[in-house]
Design a protein around this ligand. Structure first.
Ligand SMILES: C[S@@+](CC[C@H](N)C(=O)[O-])C[C@H]1O[C@@H](n2cnc3c(N)ncnc32)[C@H](O)[C@@H]1O
Length: 294
């Protein structure tokens, strides 16, 4: 996932969903300093620091998250595994309150990283993550989030529970031509893709990692692409295998992805106002959680 330009121009689905999740949950976030019914006696003179895990190109961080936060937030840190994403985000979004850093949220030594140093003496007051956690070892990521958050700090997480593109990855991993580039395909398929009850499974994990669950739900969603080209760009921009494929073969890889999408009937075509729309169905897991104060 190192294609910031392509991702920035084809991430309408991710932006739409992050905006909806923020709209729904922002009123429930608690802040100190008297805003939003905060916790008396927990004021921090320097203001609050907030973390966005898997910030990618930073559009969601800068254009959706930052404006949704109260003025007392002095710093929003966007963290991402991809150096290309972090570089792009830093160059595109220049606000003194924003900082983009490289970090692996599932790294065993994250507590010693430059990201941890940004948390302030008590930790991040809020943590957000949109469209990232289906890509990581969730137990390790939650453990690290627990370390990074201040006691009583809240986290709002949204990630893919199920998505047809994961079936495409599994099919392509069986093609003789692509097999060798996709031996670790399971790593890039959501852990809940074949799960009967993603909410229950994720809630169990949250509970085991010591979080208080304020809400956890799965949203069944649709997204309409205006053309197959738009869908192609969107799926290419988040494809984790493409960089491993020799440049001369990448176009064929993308053709095969699109063929699988069509033959597996993973999208439906709708004629509407003389326009052909392509509908894509998936489910998003949303969790609103709190770190215990003890
Ligand atoms: C689909 S993008 C989402 C970007 C942004 N949050 C948004 O909603 O537009 C997923 C991002 O997660 C990042 N990512 C994947 N694994 C990660 C990890 N272990 N730690 C931090 N970021 C990670 C990827 O590099 C990628 O930029």
């Amino acid at each position: 996932m190192n294609q910031p330009r392509l991702y920035a121009s084809s991430n309408e689905l991710q932006r739409r969903d992050a905006a909806a999740v923020l709209r729904e949950y922002s009123p429930r976030l608690r802040w100190g300093g008297g805003e939003g019914g905060g916790r008396a006696g927990e004021d921090d003179d320097e203001g609050d620091a907030v973390l966005d895990v898997g910030c990618g190109t930073g559009e969601v961080t800068a254009s959706l998250l930052l404006p949704a936060l109260p003025a007392r937030v002095r710093r929003v840190v966007g963290a991402d595994l991809s150096p290309a994403m972090v570089r792009y985000a830093g160059a595109q979004h220049r606000d003194p309150r924003l900082l983009f850093v490289e970090a692996d949220i599932a790294a065993p030594d994250l507590h010693r990283s430059p990201l941890a140093a940004q948390a302030g003496p008590r930790g991040f007051f809020k943590l957000f993550s949109f469209y990232c956690l289906h890509l990581v070892d969730q137990r390790m990521a939650l453990r690290n989030m627990n370390v990074l958050l201040a006691p009583g700090g809240e986290a709002l997480l949204a990630f893919l529970a199920k998505c047809p593109i994961f079936n495409v990855y599994e099919s392509l991993a069986k093609y003789p031509q692509w097999r060798r580039y996709m031996t670790d395909v399971r790593k890039y398929v959501s852990p809940y893709q074949n799960c009967k009850d993603p909410v229950r499974e994720f809630s169990t994990l949250l509970d085991e990692e010591g979080f208080i669950i304020l809400d956890c739900c799965c949203k069944e969603l649709n997204f309409e692409y205006l053309s197959l080209e738009c869908l192609r760009d969107a799926v290419t921009s988040v494809n984790p295998f493409i960089e491993r494929i020799p440049e001369g073969e990448r176009a064929q890889f993308v053709v095969d992805i699109m063929k699988e999408i069509i033959t597996q009937k993973l999208v439906t075509f709708v004629e509407d106002d003389m326009q052909k729309k392509i509908t894509f169905t998936y489910s998003l897991l949303v969790a609103f959680i709190e770190k215990s104060r003890n």
